[in-house]
Each structure stands twice: as structure tokens, then as C-alpha cells.
Write a protein that binds this ligand. Structure first.
Ligand SMILES: CC(C)(COP(=O)(O)OP(=O)(O)OC[C@H]1O[C@@H](n2cnc3c(N)ncnc32)[C@H](O)[C@@H]1OP(=O)(O)O)[C@@H](O)C(=O)NCCC(=O)NCCS
Length: 430
């Protein structure tokens, strides 16, 4: 990455001109200017169908999100011209890739276009601008999570880590896994924020797909932000302390239901993160064995949870799988060389990309866990779209699955070449 300040790096001229032709201004927000930032935050929340924020919410978000590059689109002809008609923010973040390594990636969030200005190319102009800005800053890939899966494929993004929503019948599931020696403790929500941040920092390099999480996200998870006092009071937070008393895992949940039958409450597990197998087992066991709870609902879990092998009845868990972490390769050699590999091999790989960033042919040679990637004029043995390449990068999607889906031949050794030692998982939204 260049040493330029990413928050003030000049706005992309191509998209700026395209929007100017429609009478719209693409520009940056100075997040130290509270009035300007508040107007942007109000537009962002409106875009996601949230209510108009209180001063408390605005202050939390001003403090929590000021570090990001904050971009808006303004229309001088609307009744409230200080409020942008479109928003996006972005920042560089180290994405975990296979082998406990990271690659700097351009995280993109808060993509909204006002309903009054939708479907006239504003989102396209912003997304293309974000990709060109990331490339100009020297970031080799971009990433985001999505509200709808149909939006971002056209810009070269594709799912690289999936997630599962679990519904667990606790009476059927019954814990059969290990019973670790440490202890589970209730802690105040305020303490949870520090504990979860610590566990996540120590955990994230072991999970391809994770990225550093900013403090506001943990505060929101713990119910410490916003105007919903009832939500805060309903949340219970836990830590698992190992036999030395050190925190190794955390969980946060709320319980409701039980009106018709007091033995049938539902426990909503909002987050469970463990840096050791003991912490994982102890927290899941605690949750599954809670008295007066017949159902546990847990969203955004890994699609490869050891939990499924720690219960008496596999069919006690229903899983609904969705795509979650989207990636978009911009620089093929840097991205492919950033991760570890678990099988030697070589391929001449062609990549197609409608926006041009990743277009080319590369010789990829993998030996002793590392790839060397050089541009070549040879004919490719395999050609992937940039979406397909982005999907297989973390090892969570097999190249053969994508190639078979598109009716293309599958070269030998491709799945082994891109495989990871860990199923990718991202434990938060961003
Ligand atoms: C999604 C959203 C940002 C799109 O903005 P927009 O300015 O209307 O999009 P554009 O006019 O630039 O459309 C670009 C392309 O995306 C398509 N598209 C836009 N929104 C889409 C959607 N929700 N589903 C599928 N396709 C969509 C358009 O048809 C267009 O396709 P084309 O390039 O093939 O012609 C806007 O509808 C919005 O703010 N939605 C609510 C908030 C949200 O969901 N944000 C995304 C957060 S991850």
C-alpha cells in the first residue's frame, strides 16, 4: 500500500465526471466536521431503513467511524441538499488468508443510494470509484459483506466464505463433547467489549476470512450503543476462563419465549468466539444445557462447526447456509502470493475481468507452501473469471465446483492446489 492518507486520497475522476454529467457531485466527507458527517450518517441510516438517529447515536457513530474514508454523492436540487443522496465508506484492513497470513484489502461498507435516486447508475459509479481508489492505493483486493447477494457480482465480487444460521433442538442435540476444566463466568456487558476484542485479536489469524474488528462493532453487539435500553438489559454476556483464569472465549445471548410453556424458552446466541478448543466446548455446552431452554438459534456460524460432532443427535441441528464474506481480486500476483498452500503444483492461469484490473495470464508455481506468480504470454491451461478466482482464494470454495457449474473442464490438481487447512469463516458483518 502507498503511504498516502487513504481518507483524503483524491476522489476518482472517472466516476466524478460520470456523476457530474447527471448534476450530481461525488466527494469526500471530512469526518472531523460534525455537521457534515452527521448529514452523511443520517443518509447512511436512511438508506438501510433505520429511523432518523438521535444525538446519542450520531455521537457514537461520529466517534466510531471517523477513521474511514467517507464518500458521498450530493444533489443540489433536493430539498435537503446537505444530506447526500448516496453513501459509501472504506478502509484498508488485513484479511486473514490460509496459513495464518494476512493480505491488505480494501473493506467497503455503507453502500446506499437514496430511493429518490436509485437505478440511475449511482451505485455503479461509487463501486467502480472504490475499486479504482483501492488499486491506486496499492491494495491487491477489495472485500465486503452484502444486504442482497444479487448486487455485487457485476463488479467482480464473489463469495469466498459462507456462513450458517443454526436452529438447535436442545433436547435432541444433547452435549456429548468434552467437559473442559476451566469455568464459564457471567460478566457485565461493558467488560464483554474488552474481552471479545482480545479473543478476536488472538483468534483471527487462525480463520481465513476474518479481519480486524473496530470497537464500535463490539459495543453495538454488547447493546451499549443506540437507544434500545431493553435490548441492552436483555443481553447476557459470558467469558470462559481457562484453568489459569485467562479469558479464552466469550459468548453473548438473550432468551425469550416460554410464554405458553415455561420449559420452552429460545436462546438467541448473538456471538460465540473461542480461541481454544476448550473454550469452544465449554461455551457451547453451557448454552446447550441451559435449563428451561428448548431451542438455541445461532446466526452467522461457520459451515464447519465442530459442534455438529459434539452432540448426540446430528439432526437436532438445522442449518441454513448463506454466502457471507465477498472478495474481489484486483492484483492477481500479490493476492495469490499472499496466502500459504498445502500442496505443490503449477498452472498457467488466465483471468478475465470486465473492469480490467485482474485481466491477464500468469504462471502460478507452488512449492513448499508458497506461490510464485509471473505474467506470461503462454496460452492458459485454465481461465477463470475474476469472480471465480475471488471465490477460491480462501480455500472455502472448490475450483472444481465452480468449473462444473459453468460447464468447463476441470484440470487435475486444482482443488488440492487451492485448498486450505481451515474452512474460512468471518464472524461479523461489516
Ligand atoms: C443496492 C443499491 C445501493 C443500488 O443502488 P443503485 O444506484 O440503484 O444501483 P445502480 O443504478 O448503480 O445499478 C447498478 C446495477 O445494479 C443493479 N442493481 C441495483 N440494485 C440491485 C439489487 N438490489 N438487486 C439486484 N441488482 C441490483 C442494477 O440493475 C444495475 O444493473 P446493470 O449494471 O446490469 O444495469 C440501492 O438500491 C440501495 O441503497 N439499497 C438499499 C441499501 C442496500 O441494500 N445497500 C447495499 C448494502 S451491501
Amino acid at each position: 500500500m502507498t503511504n498516502e492518507d487513504f481518507t483524503t486520497f483524491p476522489i476518482d475522476a472517472v466516476s466524478q465526471e460520470r456523476l457530474a454529467a447527471q448534476g450530481l457531485r461525488l466527494g469526500l466527507v471530512d469526518t472531523s466536521d460534525a455537521a457534515a458527517f452527521d448529514a452523511w450518517l443520517r443518509a447512511d441510516l436512511r438508506g438501510f431503513h433505520q429511523g432518523d438517529p438521535s444525538e446519542k447515536v450520531l455521537k457514537e457513530q461520529r466517534e466510531g467511524l471517523a477513521y474511514r474514508r467517507t464518500t458521498g454523492v450530493w444533489d443540489e436540487t433536493v430539498d435537503e441538499p446537505v444530506v447526500p443522496v448516496a453513501t459509501v465508506n472504506s478502509w484498508p484492513a488485513n484479511l486473514t488468508v490460509p496459513g495464518g497470513r494476512t493480505v491488505p484489502a480494501w473493506a467497503i461498507s455503507s453502500v446506499t443510494v437514496a430511493p429518490t435516486h436509485r437505478r440511475r447508475g449511482v451505485a455503479r459509479a461509487m463501486l467502480e470509484s472504490e475499486l479504482r481508489t483501492a488499486a491506486a492505493l496499492g491494495l491487491p483486493l477489495a472485500m465486503l459483506t452484502v444486504s442482497e447477494s444479487s448486487i455485487y457480482g457485476r463488479y467482480g465480487f464473489a463469495p469466498a466464505a459462507l456462513a450458517a444460521d443454526l436452529v438447535i433442538d436442545t433436547k435432541r442435540a444433547r452435549w456429548t463433547g468434552p467437559v473442559p476444566g476451566g469455568n464459564v463466568h457471567f460478566i457485565p456487558n461493558e467488560r464483554f467489549v474488552d474481552e471479545v476484542a482480545g479473543v478476536h485479536e488472538r483468534y483471527r489469524l487462525s480463520s481465513p476470512g476474518e479481519l480486524p474488528v473496530w470497537p464500535l462493532r463490539w459495543q453495538q453487539l454488547a447493546g451499549l450503543t443506540g437507544d434500545d435500553e431493553a435490548r441492552k438489559r436483555g443481553l447476557r454476556t459470558l467469558r470462559y476462563a481457562d484453568e489459569q483464569g485467562e479469558t479464552r472465549g466469550v459468548a453473548i445471548f438473550k432468551i425469550d419465549g416460554g410464554d405458553a410453556d415455561f420449559t420452552k424458552h429460545t436462546l438467541h446466541l448473538e456471538h460465540l468466539l473461542a480461541e481454544t478448543d476448550d473454550a469452544y466446548a465449554a461455551l457451547w455446552r453451557f448454552v446447550l444445557e441451559m435449563d428451561l431452554v428448548s431451542e438455541v438459534r445461532a446466526g452467522l456460524r461457520s459451515v464447519d462447526e465442530p459442534l455438529l460432532w459434539q452432540i448426540a443427535d446430528f439432526r437436532g441441528v438445522k442449518a441454513e447456509v448463506q454466502e457471507h464474506q465477498y472478495l474481489r481480486v484486483l492484483d492477481v500476483p500479490v493476492t495469490l502470493e499472499s496466502r500459504s498452500y498445502f500442496s505443490d503444483g503449477a498452472i498457467t492461469l488466465g483471468v478475465t475481468d470486465d473492469l480490467g484490473f485482474a485481466t491477464g495470464v500468469w504462471r502460478v508455481e507452488v512449492a513448499n507452501g508458497a506461490a510464485t506468480v509471473t505474467e506470461t504470454t503462454d496460452a492458459p491451461e485454465l481461465t477463470l473469471t475474476v469472480n471465480q478466482l475471488s471465490s477460491v482464494l480462501l480455500g472455502g470454495v472448490r475450483p472444481s465446483t465452480l468449473l462444473r457449474a459453468s460447464g468447463s473442464p476441470v484440470p487435475d490438481g486444482m482443488d488440492a492446489l487451492f485448498a486450505s487447512d481451515r474452512t474460512p469463516w468471518l464472524s461479523v458483518w461489516y
